[in-house]
Ligand binder design. Structure first.
Ligand code: SR1
Ligand code: MG
Length: 399
């Protein structure tokens, strides 16, 4: 068994030569560490022509964006690789391909997506990918349906729930989404000018009750194998293509969490657009984001419903009408989780470039305030927003 050691660029090249599955591995000669996320090392491995051919990703034994003072399980690399392998089985078009992984070294070798771009950056620059929202809806429907009780044999489902128990990564989400923004905490990160807005979150009993209910669902509703962190920075896009990456938060949880995170990140972008494009040009880009939300949800719901009609194996869950009743609950959860994503990305440890890179300070603060106000409203009225058109109307109301 290999012992863990942190890879250098040279180690990453040697590893890719051995496990990259290329016909001429000796052509791999160079590596560059390009990780810009919060957690891991990511090496691009280049051939003799300087072309990036494959990715080597290694988990560090601590949270990269914080430092060694916050140790973190290396088992997340196994969970990430196994989640992506499982998702790839159900949605190969929209899941990054894992060629190899080693749980001891906490390392994986995966498909190079250098001809794609991270969706978040494209949304900020207002580069539109007309198929992306539908593709994301399709990915979520396929992977969430095929890992749910609608499809899996009850024994297999329970075995998979055990395989994907992910307590340490879930604890990060539990703290960052549902605790920190609603209390005074050293991890919180927001400008002093927003103190009154943040204090109002801490003082809002109704809001905290609704957040408690969402956290309870996150703890206890093992509905499907979630991606667990499907924000626009975990999604690569290219013309007509979309691929999910970065699934180290994967576990069996409430389906609405993935949907809410995805919608939440489109709304964070919506909130930040005036800071990048100016108020006038932001208006049409904002309409595009709302249209993407509409497409994302309707594609997800229609595909999930169709899969449930064709492929549900459980006799009781196959009862006509049950899948659509279930999707109503997923929708309600999604709105609530979406609200928590808006708030934690504005107030908590981990922000989004959609707002944080706005240069004008007053505008940046206005966009943060918008995200907090919208997030709070969505959490409080989630149960009263019947469908995606009503969500869009509410978003306009809070603009
Ligand atoms: C300590 S990790 C902070 C955030 O980064 C990841 O991408 C997740 O969104 C997590 O909440
Ligand atoms: Mg990530």
């Amino acid at each position: 068994m290999s012992q863990y050691r942190t890879f250098s660029a040279r180690d990453a090249v040697a590893y890719a030569q051995q496990f990259g599955g290329l016909d001429n591995p000796s052509e791999l000669v160079d590596a560059q560490e390009v990780g810009d996320g919060n957690l891991n090392l990511v090496f691009k491995i280049f051939d003799t022509q300087g072309v990036s051919r494959i990715i080597v990703k290694q988990a560090l034994p601590y949270v990269r964006c914080v430092g060694e003072s916050w140790p973190l399980t290396l088992d997340r690399a196994r969970l990430e690789a196994q989640t992506l392998v499982e998702h790839y089985q159900h949605s190969p078009q929209h899941t990054v391909k894992i060629h190899h992984f080693d749980p001891q070294l906490a390392v994986m070798v995966m498909e190079d997506l250098s001809d794609h771009k991270i969706w978040r950056g494209e949304l900020i620059n207002n580069v539109f990918y007309p198929h992306a929202a539908a593709q994301l809806g399709e990915y979520l429907a396929q992977v969430l349906f095929h890992t749910s009780d609608f499809y899996l044999h009850p024994h297999d489902k329970k075995a998979q729930v055990a395989q994907f128990i992910n307590p340490e990564m879930c604890e990060i989400t539990e703290d960052l989404f549902f605790n920190d923004p609603y209390q005074i905490h050293e991890r919180n990160n927001y400008p002093a000018e927003l103190e009154a807005d943040v204090a109002a979150l801490r003082d809002d009993t109704q809001l905290k009750l609704a957040v408690a209910a969402l956290k309870h669902r996150f703890f206890s509703h093992a509905e499907a194998l979630l991606h667990g962190d499907i924000h626009s920075g975990s999604i690569f896009v290219a013309e007509g293509r979309l691929k999910a990456i970065d699934a180290e938060f994967g576990y069996f949880g409430p389906i609405g969490f993935d949907i809410g995170t995805a919608i939440g990140n489109l709304l964070l972008n919506y909130c930040g657009l005036p800071g990048h494009l100016g108020i006038r040009d932001a208006a049409s880009a904002r309409e595009q984001r709302l249209s993407d939300i509409q497409t994302l949800w309707s594609t997800f719901a229609e595909r999930f419903q169709a899969l449930a009609s064709e492929k549900t194996r459980d006799a009781a869950l196959a009862q006509p009408g049950y899948a659509s009743a279930f999707l109503k609950k997923v929708w309600c959860d999604a709105i609530g989780f979406c609200g928590t994503e808006l708030i934690r990305r504005s107030v908590g440890l981990s922000h989004v470039a959609d707002i944080d890179t706005i240069k004008d300070e007053a505008m940046r603060h206005a966009c943060l305030r918008h995200a907090i106000t919208l997030g709070k409203a969505l959490i409080l009225i989630a149960g009263r927003i019947e469908n995606v058109d009503e969500l869009i109307a509410r978003v306009r109301q809070y603009s």
